[in-house]
Design a protein around this ligand. Sequence first.
Ligand code: DNO
Length: 355
Amino acid sequence: MEMTLRWYGKDFDTVTLKQIRQIPGVTGVITTLYDTQPGEVWPRERIQAIKAEVEAAGLHIAGIESVNIHDAIKTGVPEREQYIANYIKTLENLGKEGIHLVCYNFMPVFDWTRTELARMRPDGSTVLAYTQEAVDALKPENMFESISGDTNGTVMPGWEPERMAKIKDLFEMYKDIDDDKLFENLKYFLEKIMPVCDKYDINMAIHPDDPAWSVFGLPRIITNKTNILRMMNMVDNPHNGVTFCSGSYGTNLENDLPDMIRSLKGRIHFAHVRNLKFNTPTDFEEAAHLSSDGTFDMYEIMKALYEIGFTGPIRPDHGRMIWDEVAMPGYGLYDRALGACYLQGLWEAIEKADR
Ligand code: DNO
């Protein structure tokens, strides 16, 4: 595995490449062209520029998170052809620049969902949190305004104001889409892009739905072992793979995370490893990465990744806000740096015990 950190680019991130370079063991970043819209072709020159910037800081681009998918593709309307053609062009441009990992999601309307951005924990740190009760009490169009907590002047990934302004139209687009239809549209998309992925050896890594169940009556399919294996089998190409996000699959306590990892051997191209602390099955908050701070056994998660021979990038995820840092909720420097070191410690111990 390679330890990495997500970086949103110098115009959007409070964390600098220099700081990332100083986290022990971190050699790569996971980045994106954050100001592009879903459906746009990523110009090759812009990819070259960000690559040069990252390399000048002594790091490399280990993957892209995300190249977002236009809703026309998810809903399967005729305009999808143009957007798929654009996506292929972006993949080609990334491939030509030697980038071989693309994380994306297929969640309708909302990307990840939280109901609080700064819940206070007993140690005074603040974290992202979710309660189903809060979601059920909301109208989706008020979702953005209703999330409690300050975004610290940042734009939350997946919650860009341009998207939120169109929320009613988006709901309208999905009114006839159920789980099967969404699977069908995903299959159609993957079949079209696999040739370019084969040509440039690009691993597509779908991010699970977070939380791993339907919100606001919208279909959600990347939620559990049955569905993810259905997706792997429906386009049975190793380039059709997975971002294994422990914190997203883990929202559903019925998901056995180490077992899911083992069942996805050869298809996990990227891992987000983080912990959650459950207060009830539908009220959870983000914890520090340590097993002792949350609900998951992080050792077992890392061990399962080790045992399947995982070689891709891992990143810590959704850090707590600590030490008075002001940053995008979940994406500060300090707690993610602690997480990166802890995960590497687990890995070293697992590796040495296997010698
Ligand atoms: C949240 C992230 C997601 C993820 C996308 C992938 O913190 O993990 O926004 O990047 O779902 O497309």
